[in-house]
Ligand binder design. Structure first.
Ligand SMILES: [Zn+2]
Length: 205
């Protein structure tokens, strides 16, 4: 997304501190990098329900529900999921120019983001997973309208994988969306202020 405005043919700029620098001529432009917070979770975790209260709970961040780009991106072709994820990193890089962090609610895994072209324009990426008991997830998925997918066993298996691999787990089995939003906001602020996930790492909520 950052190209030298002097060199010909086009040269892609390299990140350097808070700027993007041309490796050939040294030209620079502002390119701030801020942390990205990803709140992931298998289907039925409560990601969609928490979006609106979380946006209000974190006015200092930009909060997005990643699924909102699926419809526009699927209008002409099947969604290219790598491009979908890279698009979100690019959006977050734009948000960072106002020195704001982005919180992204969506079904992502850490390894899916690391190799994307826009990754180098981000600061650290922190993950938390919304989780609930299998019984609660099954009941939530069964209550969905028929047009939504109902591959319950697959969602339970994916939830188990995320539970095993992501350190910060926020339980949504009993809490209201507002309570869950407050927990996520506390994690974001603690991580931003403390510079690391320490307090929340290896803990369950
Ligand atoms: Zn140049």
């Amino acid at each position: 997304m950052h190209y030298c405005q002097r060199c010909n043919p086009a040269v892609t700029l390299e990140p350097a501190s808070d700027v993007a620098r041309c490796p050939q001529c040294g030209w620079t432009e502002i390119a701030r990098r801020e942390p990205l917070f990803v709140v992931t979770g298998a289907s039925g975790s409560g990601k969609s329900a928490v979006f609106a209260p979380l946006a209000l709970a974190l006015p200092e961040c930009a909060v997005f529900d990643a699924d909102w780009l699926i419809d526009p991106l699927s209008r002409t072709h099947p969604v290219d999921w790598q491009a979908f994820r890279d698009a979100w990193l690019s959006v977050a890089h734009g948000v960072a120019q106002a020195r704001r962090s982005t919180v992204l609610l969506g079904t992502f895994m850490p390894e899916q983001l690391e190799q994307l072209p826009a990754r180098r324009w981000m600061g650290p990426i922190h993950f938390a997973v919304l989780d609930c008991t299998d019984e609660s997830r099954t009941a939530r998925l069964q209550a969905r309208p028929p047009w939504r997918e109902h591959a319950i066993d697959e969602h339970l298996a994916f939830a188990a994988h995320l539970r095993r691999t992501i350190e910060v787990v926020i339980d949504t089995t009993t809490g209201t969306p507002q309570q869950v939003a407050d927990q996520i906001a506390a994690w974001v602020r603690l991580t931003t202020g403390g510079g690391a996930c320490g307090e929340f790492g290896k803990r369950r909520y």
